[in-house]
Design a protein. Structure first.
Length: 336
């Protein structure tokens, strides 16, 4: 068994070469790391090749267009700015576009990262712009000697890792929905609306790409490409089932958040109506008192009790009696 030779710099982050990593696969889980000069010497009859590129690099774009033998249509699809997950078979290979959650520091998971793949029987080319953890996992597995043995194995591993990285994100959204629902039942507050909006936004954004990605995986399963093995199709079926569960979970999260939002709005409206009702009762009690005090406050001659030292006390007792009478009236009407 050949020992894998880890690259001294397995991921070329921060340089302008455009080459993130490249391996020739030894068929036993490992690979030999390559640089640009070795990639140019590679031929289709040699060991299987995996090249992973920075899509934004001009050098990588130039190599893709001029040194790979790919048609302009395929190159344009691999380098397009806006993409959706899909898979398409061509005469000499297959184009696959996938999306993975963005787990880079300071980023939102729903800002999904695109990975573009061109795969042939003996070569696979992948491209991305921001760093994608799922692809880094495959690179690390090759460095440790436990990686895929073929180009199709690389693609299957990427799809598996995309699903593994997706699982905790969906589970976290489901947990956040539970927390908001419990908070709404215990202490409804307008701040919960912002949480619900964020949850729904993330669920919608994730489902937007995950649903077509499930269809792309189904396309791979039904493909008659000779380099796809039965065992790999079985793994892809598991990935498709997992994607289906994620889509169903996201649909459930979106529906639950909508129901919670409606219930929260109803509770907040009920709370406001109760407050307005209480204010109306208080206003109803103090309205006649305000009328009497306003009437006694007019500055004209003939005001009764001006010269009576007990007039102020009598008026206060009268106002208290009127207030109690108003409370009694509202109690008789069962308003509170």
């Amino acid at each position: 068994m050949n020992n894998p030779q880890p690259s001294p710099n397995p991921q070329h982050e921060g340089n302008n070469s455009g080459l993130l990593n490249a391996f020739t696969l030894n068929g036993q889980g490992g690979g030999n790391a390559l640089e640009w000069e070795h990639i140019r010497d590679w031929h289709k009859e040699g060991a299987p090749l995996w090249v992973h590129l920075d899509r934004k690099s001009r050098k990588a774009q130039s190599w893709l267009r001029h040194d790979t033998g790919l048609s302009p249509v395929i190159c344009n699809a691999l380098l397009a700015e806006e993409t959706r997950p899909r898979a398409q078979v061509f005469e000499d290979g297959m184009l696959v576009i996938l999306r993975g959650v963005n787990l880079n520091p300071g980023e939102q998971p729903d800002d999904m990262i695109s990975v573009r793949v061109w795969i042939e029987a003996n070569r696979i080319i992948t491209l991305r712009a921001p760093k994608l953890m799922a692809v880094s996992d495959v690179r690390d597995s090759l460095n440790s000697g436990r990686g895929p043995a073929s180009p199709m194995g690389v693609l299957v591993s990427i799809i598996e890792n995309l699903g593994h990285r997706m699982a905790p994100v969906v589970a976290n959204l489901d947990e956040l929905t539970d927390q908001v629902e419990e908070s709404m039942l215990e202490d409804p507050d307008t701040s919960l609306r912002l949480n619900l909006v964020n949850i729904r936004r993330q669920a919608i954004a994730l489902r937007r790409y995950l649903a077509p990605q499930r269809e792309a995986i189904s396309y791979l399963i039904g493909s008659q490409a000779p380099w796809i093995q039965a065992a790999q199709k079985a793994i892809l079926q598991e990935c498709r089932d997992a994607a289906t569960r994620y889509v169903e979970d996201l649909d459930s999260i979106r529906e639950r958040s909508s129901i919670v939002h409606e219930e929260l709005s109803a509770r907040m409206s009920e709370q406001m109506n109760r407050t307005m009702f209480l204010l109306s009762i208080v206003a109803g009690i103090f309205l006649p008192l305000g009328f009497v005090t306003g009437l006694l406050g007019i500055n004209v001659g003939g005001m009764p009790g001006v010269d009576n030292p007990y007039a102020f006390g009598i008026v206060c007792l009268l106002l208290i009696a009127m207030g109690l009478f108003g409370v009694w009236i509202f109690r008789r009407m069962r308003l509170f």
